[in-house]
Design a protein around this ligand. Structure first.
Ligand SMILES: C[S@@+](CC[C@H](N)C(=O)[O-])C[C@H]1O[C@@H](n2cnc3c(N)ncnc32)[C@H](O)[C@@H]1O
Length: 204
């Protein structure tokens, strides 16, 4: 990117940093991060997700949409994407930025209530960025188990994380965990944790 477009993107990034930080000051637990993920991080998240599997894609905790943008940059049809964001202001901005994406303001922990589909919609990939520090390990595993019920065959679940160990411990016979390299230009450095059905072939 160069010239005017590059300057516009840099200006938008600065504004997003300020807005994200302000929201974090008001609600650090719900935000879980002081800054939006870096473009390199978002591209790593998308490259780790099974977007090649046919079907809809679910993004949980999109914030101001850096992963959404990375999905579109990777050539994903916006009509495939549903993004669930809890913060009303962020959801409004996402709708303006990505009019062709199905942005839903709601709780990504409760898909049945938020999607109101009785569990019917299955996804090719779930990209997860909601903070879960407050949840005990058993609840995390149960939550991810419910997400796996929503994944199509061959689909995976990718998670934004600053931890060196999988934030959700693998469940024997259900799902395994692996990780991307650390992305050092993210604030703070982060990796993508990748959860796949036990026995599934790795993506790369
Ligand atoms: C760590 S930020 C990640 C934002 C973006 N994906 C990124 O990588 O920069 C977490 C986001 O999850 C949202 N969030 C928190 N709890 C949520 C929930 N229960 N359902 C949906 N979104 C939630 C926050 O409002 C915030 O936008």
């Amino acid at each position: 990117m160069s010239g005017r477009m590059g300057q516009d993107a840099a200006r938008e990034r600065r504004k997003d940093l300020a807005r994200f930080f302000g929201t974090w000051v008001r609600n650090p637990i719900k935000m879980g991060a002081v800054a939006p993920s870096s473009a390199h991080y978002c591209a790593t998240m998308v490259a780790s997700a099974t977007t090649h599997v046919e079907g809809p894609i679910l993004e949980l905790g999109p914030g101001l949409g850096c992963v959404t943008r990375a999905l579109l940059d990777a050539g994903v049809d916006p009509a495939r994407i549903t993004s669930i964001e809890y913060d009303a202001e962020f959801a409004r901005t996402l709708k303006e930025r990505f009019p062709a994406v199905n942005v839903v303001r709601g709780d990504g922990f409760d898909l049945d209530a938020t999607l109101g589909d009785g569990g019917a919609t299955k996804f090719a990939a779930i990209l997860f960025a909601i903070p879960i520090v407050k949840l005990p390990q058993g609840e995390r595993q149960a939550l991810f188990g419910r997400y796996f019920d929503r994944l199509l065959p061959g689909g995976n679940l990718t998670q934004l994380s600053y931890l060196w160990k999988p934030p959700v411990k693998p469940v024997a016979g259900r799902f395994d965990a692996s990780a991307s390299d650390i992305v050092w230009d993210n604030i703070p450095p982060a990796r993508v944790w990748i959860y796949s059905r036990t026995g599934a072939r790795p993506l790369h």
